[in-house]
Design a protein around this ligand. Structure first.
Ligand code: C2E
Ligand code: MG
Ligand code: MG
Length: 636
């Protein structure tokens, strides 16, 4: 199923193919036999059915022609054509000899014979026949002049040799005319057929392109759909299980960023080859999208599928050697089984995706089979999304503020705005649950607008209460940059709150900076030109690409809490944190440590040179009024 079909152009069956030649020869033989049979009948009829020499010659010729008819094939075609033409030539001249020589009606068959020679054979036979027929005419004329042939009707006006000459001239011009007309037709036909063949080749290539992925040469979703339909049809009688296995390479983006697009493509090609090694009569591999591979596996039982996917997963996890690099791919695998989980490609694909994403959401399994609970979860997600769309209008969103503390003085220097959603229908929903949903559905841009508006208002209120140096940090999503109007909206909101731009910090994560780098960089530069500063959030969890810090002109780096939490216990993490702090200092970037929960960690971080801390040690995120109370307490 994996091999690319090399489709043969239909034009190979042409006018000049062996088949066509045999067909033409057989047709000629049929016509000649019929003519001879009719002539034989008339010869016998006019001679009272007494066999004459001519009748005998006709009968023998019919036998020979029938034999040729039966013998004709692609291999014997040219030999038989020659033999037929020569037999007919000999027969006609013999008929003339027996009859009236050049005055015999058989002479009329000469041009026809030459025409047949052009159609059925090559130049050699044609020329030799032409010479033979002209010689025969001369010979008959000679025979007439010598009285060897009788029954000739000689006209005074046209002497014998004059008649021969006019026959020869007629024959010559007739032959030349037919020859050129036929070779012209032949040439034009050949050209048309050549064009047709190249057109068909192009169509086949296009058809192939539309059905096969260019990078890996694997068949695409169109082919998969056709195969799936036929397998599902067969399944009705076989009772086998069909697994629709979706395999996504989840770290494709990071490979592109950390290595290059070429290395990413090369590793996907190698992955395709590894997957192809699993293909057989029961297993087919396809590539749907950039990082989405699909395997159709036909099996008699569930266990067979499970052990198969295990092997596929192992094969994908082995290092890929691309030029001088060792690339590791992260495969996410989801499986839907037909007929239980669906009987159309759309259903099976959807359910295998649900299974795959359940894994990405945190389970440790290498692959997941779809089950109905996932569909229920998906349904709940849809309902949650619906509720989220109305959350802003229904005043269900609240902002909490978590203080950021100067590690040297323990004074609050600012706060991070963290959103909370209390839904009357679903209760408290953490941002880690609804923010990704909002990102997927596009609601995030409205949420971000709301958060910035409330954050700058809150900051303005702190200033009015005398906390004039506090900055407010707001988290952004990649989606916020997509519409291109972030800068305009943010500036309008700052203007509305009458808050100078340098009091606002915007937090980005590294993964956000992957898509459409140029557009994001442009918007960041615009916002920076107004005085807004940028922070890289959760540093250390993503690609930890130092290039971003300088490329995007980031002024704050927030160390992820997963490192910070363990620095007192793990020397590895201590070393990483130490290196990040030193690096950020050398780049003149302010560093903030997130998730500080105890004094010991805070002291160690201060000793390492970390400037700002954030964490439960000082406070959990608080509503505005409680945060203001904390500020007063901290300032007292
Ligand atoms: P983040 O921006 O890294 O925020 C820090 C998260 O760590 C917050 O979780 C905070 O409550 C928690 N945290 C702070 N200190 C400690 C600590 O000492 N111990 C522990 N265990 N946790 C601590 P939260 O509020 O649940 O927010 C989670 C994530 O949701 C945020 O991570 C951010 O990525 C996202 N998020 C929150 N609000 C917004 C928002 O308004 N817009 C966007 N786009 N994302 C938001
Ligand atoms: Mg943050
Ligand atoms: Mg963070």
């Amino acid at each position: 199923m994996m091999a690319l079909p090399d489709e043969v152009p239909r034009s190979s069956i042409t006018l000049f193919s062996d088949q066509a030649k045999v067909h033409r020869l057989r047709l000629t033989l049929k016509i000649l036999t019929t003519i001879l049979a009719l002539l034989l009948f008339s010869e016998l009829f006019f001679n009272d059915f007494l066999p004459t020499t001519l009748a005998f010659a006709m009968f023998s010729s019919i036998i020979i022609l029938v034999f040729f008819f039966l013998w004709a094939s692609a291999d014997t075609c040219s030999v038989i054509s020659g033999m037929v033409l020569w037999s007919v030539a000999v027969f006609i001249t013999y008929a003339c000899w027996l009859g009236n020589g050049i005055f015999d009606t058989s002479v009329l068959a000469f041009p026809c014979l030459l025409m047949l020679a052009i159609v059925l054979s090559g130049k050699l036979i044609f020329i030799s026949l032409f010479v033979y027929l002209v010689s025969a005419l001369c010979f008959f004329a000679f025979a007439h002049s010598q009285g060897l042939l009788s029954g000739a009707l000689l006209f005074e006006s046209l002497p014998l040799w004059g008649r021969v000459f006019s026959y020869i001239i007629t024959l010559t011009f007739f032959s030349i005319g037919v020859f050129y007309i036929f070779s012209d037709i032949r040439k034009r036909f050949k050209k048309i057929l050549e064009k047709n063949a190249s057109l068909e080749l192009a169509i086949n290539q296009l058809r192939k392109r539309s059905r096969y992925d260019q990078l890996t040469q694997l068949p695409n979703d169109q082919v998969c759909k056709t195969d799936l339909d036929s397998i599902l049809q067969q399944q009705k009688t076989s009772g086998n299980i069909l697994a629709f296995i979706t395999l996504n390479v989840s770290n494709q983006h990071s490979i592109k960023m950390n290595y290059s697009h070429r290395i990413c493509d090369e590793s996907l090609k190698q992955l395709a080859n590894r997957l192809i090694s699993f293909s057989n009569d029961n297993t087919s591999i396809y590539r749907f999208q950039e990082n989405e591979f699909v395997i159709l596996k036909n099996s008699i039982d569930y266990r067979g599928i499970s052990s198969f996917v295990e092997k596929v997963h192992q094969a994908c996890c082995h290092t890929f050697h691309v030029t001088d690099f060792d690339v590791v791919l992260q495969p996410d695998i989801g499986i839907a089984l037909a007929p239980f989980d669906g009987s159309t490609m759309a259903d099976l694909r959807h359910n295998s995706h649900l299974a795959m994403h359940t894994k990405s959401a945190g389970e440790k399994a290498d692959f997941n089979f779809f089950d109905q609970a996932m569909a229920i979860q998906e349904q709940e997600k849809l309902q949650l999304t619906k509720a989220l769309r109305n959350a802003i209008q229904n005043n269900e969103l609240v902002l909490h503020f978590q203080p950021k503390v100067d590690l040297a003085t323990e004074k609050i220097i600012g706060a991070e705005a963290l959103i909370r959603w209390i839904s009357p229908e679903f209760g408290f929903i953490p941002p880690t649950v609804f923010i990704p949903l909002a990102e997927q559905t596009g609601v995030i841009t409205d949420i971000t607008h709301w958060v910035i508006e409330h954050s700058v208002n809150a900051c303005k209120q702190w200033q009015e209460l005398g906390f004039t140096k506090l900055c407010i940090a707001v988290n952004l999503s990649a989606e916020d940059f997509k519409r291109g109007n972030l800068a305009m909206h943010t500036m309008a909101l700052l203007h509305q709150a009458n808050l100078p731009a340098h009091f606002l910090e915007l937090e980005l994560t590294e993964s956000m900076l992957m898509d459409d780098i140029n557009s994001i960089q442009k918007q960041i530069n615009e916002l920076r030109s107004f005085g807004i500063s940028f922070a890289i959030d959760d540093f250390g969890t993503g690609y930890s690409n130092l290039g971003y810090l300088t490329k995007f002109n980031v002024s704050i780096l927030k160390l992820d809490r997963s490192f910070v939490m363990n620095i007192c216990q793990s020397s590895n993490e201590l070393q990483i944190v130490k290196a990040i702090i030193e690096m950020s200092k050398s780049l003149n970037i302010t560093n903030v440590a997130e998730g500080i929960e105890d004094k010991e960690t805070a002291n160690l971080l201060a000793k390492l040179g970390c400037e700002i801390g954030q964490g439960y040690l000082w406070s959990k995120p608080l509503p505005q009024q409680e945060f203001i109370a904390l500020l007063s307490e901290n300032n007292a």
